[in-house]
Ligand binder design. Structure first.
Ligand code: AMP
Length: 550
């Protein structure tokens, strides 16, 4: 029988069965856009200019070095590092040889740092000098770590301090062959591991595969998604230790975007310098980072001149921030939602043709939602009993998600209550409208339950942040004898501004329905932030646990 004769039933397609592998992305980058630049603000200080071809060449050298250290397929290799070229090389080399890149968040409390290194059974640790103390801590703990490599050169190795057997990255690569035959892995092999920031209990490990990572890269590059392209100069402020920097390193390699890596310089001044000198067109990060950048721009009276789009996710992006970027800096905002468990891209907010006729306020209302699912992602809402809720834009419910880049279970944990019937329970409360726009009203544990109804803390916060004297806002529920809970609004004043509570309350009255208005306002100096820049509501609830609403 020839391969064109048919048997009854579905036929097998006659297409090449090439695995979706991360090593293909870096080799593609070297071959088809090798001269496109990769620029890093290094931990040592100077700006380092490189290209995708050189990143590929050094990734191959690193692959040899890893094998020489005895790293085998399936071994976990940890990093505690900023967004830099060396970290980028680890992304491709570690996964490329079939080992698993475990990116550790340096902002984790020490007990959790120890926990994740133990739980992952990391064999090697590559760390930036900034985090030498953390490497020293782990080295003293007697974990499974056998190798410690400081991401620097021989001249700076002393700064690593007392870490047994520590060596420097550049010497490790020295003299290694610049070609390497990447293994033909099963595309379902694990490629990287990232632990959730775990505001309660121990962090949980999400184990990505080559297949999920490559599919997610295609998704990130689609024009109705993040639209990462060869025309962009992309600066991911989102750290490479937080959900693989939202997949940007992989997608940028695939499409040949110039990549600008900010290293440790995440403050407004350093970011602005880099944005201007490298003519950055595309920025990605969480709202707290943009707040710092916008404050700096304001303080020095400057405007962004090269940035075309700013992708904002990780926490709700206040509409006032969208307006500032768009009106004052001429940059389009893409509001996106996702989770560590979803690689992270789930939804991205892009307007539809029918929205072009809306006035400014109408468009802003759409843009403030978390966006529409990208093909591959399916979303639905269920009530407390698991009954599927309508997508009418009004009914809120527990948000569930599924798709080829959504975690099916946590690493080394039995399937738990977050995975049921093929869906993952996000822990978010949301609405979905008939066009597919999803809007998060709260984390389920943060909702404010007032007299059997829910007050959306995000809406209260967004309303407060529209006030020019408010820099940051958090709404929490505090106990109330009649209503069970009522909202308390906690605000941080904008730099150089004083806040008049009564005037702020009057402002909110024009923007919120009466029963959503906070019962009280408290002004504090700074909000507590977690390891990934999210406001720690739990800490605020503890701090204001005995608050009395008069
Ligand atoms: P993480 O796994 O640390 O990235 O956290 C994921 C969670 O961050 C989500 O479940 C949401 O609660 C929150 N989140 C992410 N993006 C957004 C967004 N655009 N708006 C509101 N919440 C968001």
């Amino acid at each position: 029988m020839t391969n064109t004769e048919s048997k009854p039933g579905p036929m097998t397609g006659l297409m090449m069965d090439e695995s979706l592998l991360i090593s293909r992305q870096i080799e593609f980058a070297a071959r088809f856009h090798g001269q496109v630049e990769v620029v890093t603000r290094t931990v040592e200080g100077p700006i380092q200019r490189s290209t995708w071809a050189e990143v590929a060449r050094r990734s191959r050298q690193l692959a040899h070095a890893l094998l020489d250290l005895g790293i085998k397929a399936g071994d976990r290799v940890a990093t505690i590092a900023w967004n830099t070229q060396r970290h980028l090389e680890l992304y491709f080399a570690v996964s490329g040889i079939g080992a698993v890149l475990h990116t550790i968040n340096p902002r984790l409390p020490l007990d959790q740092l120890r926990y994740v290194a133990d739980h992952a059974e990391d064999k090697a640790l590559f760390f930036d000098l900034t985090f030498a103390k953390l490497a020293q801590f782990l080295a003293a703990q007697g974990t499974s770590l056998e190798h410690f490599v400081a991401l620097t050169d021989a001249a700076h190795l002393d700064a690593a301090g007392p870490v047994p057997g520590v060596r420097d990255y550049e010497t490790l690569l020295l003299g290694k062959p610049t070609d390497f035959a990447w293994p033909e892995l099963d595309e379902r092999s694990a490629s990287s591991l990232c632990y959730t920031s775990g505001t309660s209990g121990n962090p949980k490990g999400v184990l990505y595969s080559h297949r999920s990572t490559v599919l997610h890269s295609y998704a990130a590059a689609m024009s109705d998604s993040l639209g990462i392209s060869s025309h962009d100069v992309t600066l991911p402020v989102v750290p490479m230790f937080h959900v693989n920097a939202w997949g940007v390193p992989y997608a940028a390699a695939m499409v040949g975007s110039k990549l600008v890596l900010p290293g440790p310089g995440l403050d407004g001044k350093n970011l602005l310098e880099l944005i201007e000198s490298e003519k950055v067109t595309s920025l990605l990060g969480v709202p707290t980072v943009w707040l710092a950048l916008l404050n700096h721009l304001n303080a020095v009276g400057r405007k962004l001149t090269t940035v075309e789009k700013v992708t904002i996710g990780g926490s709700a992006c206040p509409p006032s921030m969208i307006e500032t970027f768009e009106r004052e800096h001429g940059a389009r905002v893409l509001h996106a939602w996702g989770m560590t468990e979803t690689s992270p891209l789930g939804t991205v907010n892009v307007l539809l043709p029918k929205h072009q006729d809306l006035d400014h306020a109408g468009q802003l209302a759409v843009k403030s939602k978390q966006g529409r699912p990208i093909f591959g992602i399916d979303l639905r809402l269920v009530d407390d009993d698991g009954v599927v809720q309508p997508h009418d834009g009004l009914t809120s419910g527990h948000l569930q998600v599924r798709g080829p880049w959504v975690a099916s279970a946590y690493f080394k944990r039995d399937v738990d209550e977050t995975h049921r019937d093929g869906w993952f329970f996000t822990g978010d409360i949301a609405t979905l409208d008939p066009d597919g726009y999803m809007q998060i009203t709260d984390r389920s544990k943060d909702v404010i339950k007032s007299g059997g109804e829910w007050v959306s803390s995000i809406d209260v916060e967004n309303a407060a942040m529209a006030h020019p004297a408010v820099a940051q806002a958090a709404a929490i529920g505090v106990a109330h004898t009649k209503w069970q809970e009522r909202p308390l609004l906690i605000v941080v004043p904008a730099a150089g501004k004083t806040l008049d509570k009564a005037e702020l309350m009057a402002f909110l009255e024009t923007r919120l329905v009466k029963w959503w208005l906070p019962d009280a306002i408290e002004v504090i100096d700074a909000l507590p932030l977690g390891a990934t820049g999210k406001v720690l509501k739990r800490e605020l609830r503890e701090r204001f646990a005995h608050y009395r609403l008069d």
